[in-house]
Design a binder for this molecule. Structure first.
Ligand SMILES: [Zn+2]
Length: 262
């Protein structure tokens, strides 16, 4: 009974400090998500008949996604490193999307530059201003949103590969959240839960606005991914374009047919 009471007391009174929150630091997170990423890549290549490139890319995506949740920490290594990495890597991953949009090489280079600047300076500023560390960006719906965003950014000929890569992002994100929870169990003086316990792997937070904003974004992304049409539509479009390219006898409206007086 005494044990139980002291456990409750400790739980309520354990000091809440940013030092504890940073325990599962940047390096641990990267190590954790990289190891899981290697496993995920191997699993994809060995059992899901993914190509070696796709397996390695998915592993890399998983490793990088392990940094994403700490974009909400306003200062220090996580934000700086993560923002630079994300800004550099997203434009490269979006090449297929640019091709789909029919961009020329110059337009692609310009779009990549604008994206880099947009992520590096605008999106990061947004994270600094509008997110709280361990707020709703550290949550399961946020992990799902990151996966959906990856799905939208990286179209692919094969829907299976596209989903495999998007799941890598969700996995990396979730590994980070799990590690944050594990790191908030203090075993140094017996079993003790720090106050940060339960602030990472969660569906809802106390902030109503945070909940509405995260679930709002999640549903918008779901709707966009749903409407993205997948490969079938693009292939159909391409075939249609090719057909019009090959057979171009009729351009515009056939006036002869619609002018009965002629
Ligand atoms: Zn974290």
């Amino acid at each position: 009974m005494h044990e139980l009471r002291s456990f409750g007391f400790d739980f309520l009174c354990y000091p809440f400090s940013s030092v504890e929150l940073a325990l599962a630091d940047f390096k641990s997170h990267i190590t954790g998500s990289t190891l899981v990423g290697i496993g995920y890549g191997y699993w994809g290549i060995a059992t899901q008949s993914m190509s070696i490139e796709n397996g390695m890319l998915a592993g890399g995506l998983c490793a990088v996604s392990g940094m994403l949740p700490d974009l909400d920490s306003d200062s220090g290594v996580p934000l700086r490193e993560t923002s630079m990495f994300v800004a550099a890597i997203v434009p490269i991953l979006m090449i297929e999307r640019f091709k789909d949009l029919g961009f020329s090489h110059e337009a692609m280079a310009l779009a990549a530059m604008l994206l880099y600047l947009g992520i590096r300076f605008v999106a990061i500023e947004f994270f600094k201003r509008y997110t709280v560390h361990r707020g709703m960006w550290h949550s399961i719906p946020a992990a799902a949103s990151a996966g959906l965003l990856a799905y939208l950014l990286m179209p692919c000929q094969s829907e299976a590969v596209r989903i495999y890569k998007s799941l890598a992002v969700v996995l990396g994100f979730t590994v980070h959240l799990c590690m944050d929870e594990i790191w908030s169990i203090d075993m140094s003086h017996g079993f003790r839960l720090k106050k940060s316990f339960g602030t990472a792997l969660k569906f809802f937070s106390k902030s109503k606005l945070g909940n509405i904003s995260v679930y709002g974004k999640l549903f918008i992304l779901l709707w966009l991914a749903w409407g993205d049409g997948g490969v079938a539509d693009r292939i159909r479009n391409r075939t249609r374009q090719e057909q019009t390219y090959i057979a171009q006898p009729r351009q515009g409206i056939d006036f002869e047919k619609w002018m009965p007086w002629r």
